[in-house]
Design a protein around this ligand. Structure first.
Ligand code: UD1
Length: 350
């Protein structure tokens, strides 16, 4: 099937980590991903990787999600070409907790303002299916684990967390006055790893904040030893517990969520949150050990102080996604870590 005859789907933040992997999964499922990204925190390398994996020149537009005129021109040109958008996977947003504390207005403008602009233009073009990149951060420190979608939001620990809560609220309020809108709120736990081909992966700018990119850079000798943030938490080995899922599993969840949107028959708007995780947690030390098992490499690390704002332990109850989206993770922690390492090595030799 050629690119032009497939249903077209906008991928905002399409040059980003999760956006690029989801674009590949969309293409594999028979859609044409239309990539859009302002390239502020991403690189054309990811677009080239997506094109290589898809085996065709998937469209890319350098555009900011707050640029309403640019969005209007893009949506109109797709309509005129006979390939109107069937839906949107919306990833474009800032995502660093620490940076959000330093720049809350920038986070509000890009993450919440950008969503508002996108919704207004989408409405004008009758686009009703939207898959939103949310986060388990909306739950804060949960009272019970595994956490399910009915768990209450806790007051946001950071401006970043607030933008995810606020965006979910904007989408819910918006749908209340827009019948036939279908919105999947995907609450990601901790995505890690890379496409097994090592053609795309995470490209953190500067010193990585997240565990796995820091760990792979430490093993590659680009950074000093990994600091384990706290070993005196009330967990079995004293380190924090998270639910790490392979980014390709997460990418496939976006395809499942889009199909779910497209299959809804109700005339009423439908807005539904889904937890996306494996259903089990791993501590920081368990991740280090799993990496060593999967790759045969030794991880240089040292115990350090707790990091402000970290929750102790959170992992998903992903059964709603299994029952309603027909999705569950297929790849192990070891596979994800081996793929992260393969990607790190490809970067080093690139
Ligand atoms: C958090 C959010 C997640 C959000 C992400 C954005 C929660 C539960 N999760 O992920 O929703 O999308 O930020 O960046 O709020 N660690 C170390 N050393 C390091 C780095 C991390 O020990 O150098 C530890 C952390 O303390 C944590 C674990 O590794 O226990 C994972 O950290 P990270 O990868 O940064 O993700 P979260 O903070 O869980």
């Amino acid at each position: 099937m050629s690119t032009s005859s497939r249903p077209h789907v906008l991928v905002t933040g399409g040059a980003g980590y999760i956006g690029s992997h989801s674009a590949v999964a969309l293409h594999e499922a028979g859609f044409t991903p239309v990539l859009m990204d302002n390239l502020h925190n991403s690189d054309l390398q990811a677009v080239n990787g997506v094109r290589e994996l898809c085996g065709e020149p998937v469209p890319f537009h350098q555009l900011d999600v707050r640029d309403g005129e640019g969005l209007t021109a893009l949506f109109t040109s797709l309509e005129e070409a006979g390939t109107p958008l069937q839906g949107i996977l919306h990833f474009a947003a800032h995502k660093a907790v620490g940076e959000s504390v330093a720049h809350p207005a920038m986070y509000a403008s890009n993450n919440v303002g950008g969503l508002g602009t996108l919704l207004e233009v989408a409405d004008a073009h009758n686009i009703r299916n939207l898959v939103f990149s949310s986060s388990c951060t909306v739950y804060g420190e949960p009272e019970n684990v595994p956490v399910d979608e009915s768990a209450p939001f806790q007051p946001a620990e950071s401006p970043y967390g607030w933008t995810k809560q606020a965006s979910e609220r904007v989408l819910t309020d918006h749908a209340a006055t827009h019948p036939e809108h279908r919105v999947a709120l995907l609450r990601y736990f901790n995505p890690i790893g890379a496409h097994p081909s090592a053609s795309i992966g995470e490209l953190p700018l500067g010193v990585p904040n997240n565990l796995v990119p820091f760990l792979t850079q430490a093993v590659a000798g680009i950074r000093g030893a990994l600091t384990v943030f706290g070993d005196d938490y009330p967990t079995a080995d004293g380190t924090c517990i998270r639910d790490y899922l392979h980014v390709m599993d997460l990418a496939e969840a976006h395809v499942a969520a889009l199909k779910w949107c497209l299959a809804q028959k109700s005339r009423e708007a439908v807005v539904r949150p889904f937890n996306l995780g494996t259903g089990s947690g791993a501590s920081v030390l368990e991740v280090i050990r799993a990496f060593e098992r999967a790759t045969g490499e030794r991880v240089p690390y040292a115990m350090g102080d707790r990091r402000a704002g970290d929750v102790v332990a959170i992992w998903a109850n992903p059964s709603r996604a299994k029952e309603e989206l027909g999705w569950e993770t297929k790849r192990s922690l070891e596979t994800a870590l081996a793929d992260a390492w393969r990607w790190q090595q490809a970067l080093k030799t690139a």
